[in-house]
Design a protein around this ligand. Structure first.
Ligand SMILES: NC(=O)C1=CN([C@@H]2O[C@H](COP(=O)(O)OP(=O)(O)OC[C@H]3O[C@@H](n4cnc5c(N)ncnc54)[C@H](O)[C@@H]3O)[C@@H](O)[C@H]2O)C=CC1
Ligand SMILES: O=C([O-])CC(=O)C(=O)O
Length: 329
């Protein structure tokens, strides 16, 4: 193996998503089956011992692509030379807790981590924020990293995207592999808007195939938007393996590109497209190529979609204003 290893930093490595994520990174699912990786696991002091246990298990897999594991509680060490950073470590939402409650609790984690990325990461750093509230945590990290191009900070809405594809597949009886161009707009929260008006189901317009606005409004959208809470209710813990899978998908698509004629959903810094205020981190339909992404332009937004996009974006604006008031950005 002659390729230079890619440095991948995972925060919250000892948590439940970390446990589902690290083995897939080490086995080549994040970047490709020919790309060696070096892992850095960043934890808080209480998490270091469990992270060491996970690292022992990673060793025991003898992954051919895994060229080293370092464990630390120092963000400056954790992000040194990082090419990819997965910011998972945060306080997960527990039963009955709303996302707004999480802002203050998590904000102080992402400022210092953004600064450590700014000061220590590699020039090509790509950041995915998974820890909730993901969009606004990403905004805090991005605002704390003035030397890093803003578009390198992204938030995860790929789990919502995958959930929506699965629900649409079950409704239409068409395989997930035949569903394209679905979009998650806005916040990774209950206000998110999964949009099927431009989606295709086996080459046909999904909204026309479904032809049931009541199902869309009363079943599909709430099922997707509240799936996180439904999983917590059922499992007694928030989504872990599916979240790890979505993080793998997000970075893999970012690095390796979307399929021709398809797109994905990513939380990215808005450039003002589709009336989303510049600077907030909102989910958009994006195509990716050569490690870069572009917002899909020119989609017609009907009144049904407009109202829902605006509502979710309004929530993001309020979250931004709240963290501004807290002095976090
Ligand atoms: N964007 C999305 O679609 C999803 C996001 N999430 C979010 O992901 C986050 C992680 O979830 P889980 O792994 O289930 O939580 P967990 O509680 O099992 O693990 C979190 C880990 O982060 C560590 N941690 C806390 N503060 C840290 C810091 N400052 N630096 C490094 N590590 C730190 C903790 O010690 C713990 O090991 C939560 O915020 C959860 O809400 C979960 C599912 C989907
Ligand atoms: O709500 C949570 O903490 C978990 C989450 O984001 C999801 O499953 O979408």
């Amino acid at each position: 193996m002659t390729r230079t290893p890619v440095n991948v930093t995972v925060t919250g490595a000892a948590g439940q998503i970390g446990y589902a994520l690290l083995f897939r990174i080490a086995s080549g699912h994040l970047l490709g089956s020919d790309v060696p990786v070096k892992l850095r696991l960043l934890e808080i002091p209480q998490g270091l011992k469990a992270a060491e246990g996970t690292a022992m298990e990673l060793d025991d897999c003898a992954f051919p692509l895994l060229q080293g594991i370092e464990i630390t509680d120092d963000p400056n060490v954790g992000f040194a030379g990082a090419n990819v950073a997965l910011l998972v470590g945060a306080r997960p939402r527990t039963k009955g807790m709303e996302r707004g409650d999480l802002l203050a609790a998590n904000g102080s984690i992402f400022g210092p981590q953004g600064k450590a990325i700014n000061d220590n990461a590699a020039d090509d750093i790509k950041v995915l924020v998974v820890g909730n509230p993901a969009n606004t945590n990403a905004l805090i990290a991005q605002a704390s990293a003035p030397d890093v191009p803003a578009e390198r900070f992204t938030a995860m809405t790929r789990l919502d995207h995958n959930r929506a594809i699965s629900q649409l597949s079950q409704k239409t009886g068409v395989a997930v592999s035949e569903i394209r161009r679905l979009t998650i707009w806005g916040n990774h929260s209950a206000t998110q808007y999964p949009d099927i008006f431009h989606a295709e189901v086996a080459g046909k317009n999904a909204a026309e195939v479904v032809n049931d606005e009541q199902w869309l409004a009363d079943t599909f959208i709430p099922t997707v938007a509240k799936r996180g809470a439904a999983i917590i209710e059922a499992r007694g813990a928030s989504s872990a393996a599916s979240a790890a899978n979505a993080a793998i998908d997000h970075v893999h698509t970012w690095v390796n590109g979307t399929a021709d004629g398809d797109w994905t959903s990513m939380g990215i810094v808005s450039d003002g497209s589709y009336g989303v205020p510049e600077g907030i981190i909102s989910s958009f339909p994006v195509t990716t190529k050569d490690g870069k992404f572009e917002i899909v332009q020119g989609l017609e937004i009907n009144d049904f979609s407009r109202a829902r996009i605006d509502a979710s974006v309004q929530e993001l604006v309020e979250e931004r204003d709240a963290v501004r008031e807290l002095g976090l950005i």
